[in-house]
Write a protein that binds this ligand. Sequence first.
Ligand code: ATP
Ligand code: MG
Length: 129
Amino acid sequence: MRSKWCRAFPGLPEQVAHARHFIAALLHEQGPVDDAVLVVSELATNAVRHTLSGSAGGWFLVVIGLGDDLVRIEVVDQGGDRVPRLCDSTGQEEGGCGLRMIAACAKDWGVKTWPEGRTVWADLAREGV
Ligand SMILES: Nc1ncnc2c1ncn2[C@@H]1O[C@H](COP(=O)(O)OP(=O)(O)OP(=O)(O)O)[C@@H](O)[C@H]1O
Ligand SMILES: [Mg+2]
């Protein structure tokens, strides 16, 4: 990665918009802004909704790595009982499929598990920007 940026946000739903503005400002004219905003929005929402990041005093981190060919977006959460999983493609499930959308627009994505949380990450191509 040529450079790496990181910012912590309180684990509140309204902070997801701040995470979107953070990444949009950072990638302005040098990255796939629309896809990056979508990815960070889904990942930050998941952190707040599905992990301890959304409990009192919680937080999540957004880490953005700028490489020559790709942008890596990472959201670090505080973990909990749930595990990230792709919803099944029949679309009959309650709720949507944020991770499935990310899987569709990212070159690659994945989950790293830490003792007290997780990182969900996605790589977006920078070509054509
Ligand atoms: N960071 C995370 N930590 C733990 N579990 C997660 C995390 N992100 C997602 N999950 C689990 O994976 C499921 C699928 O996530 P996904 O984002 O695809 O759908 P959703 O959040 O349920 O709905 P939508 O994103 O469309 O509002 C979630 O319902 C949740 O149980
Ligand atoms: Mg989601």
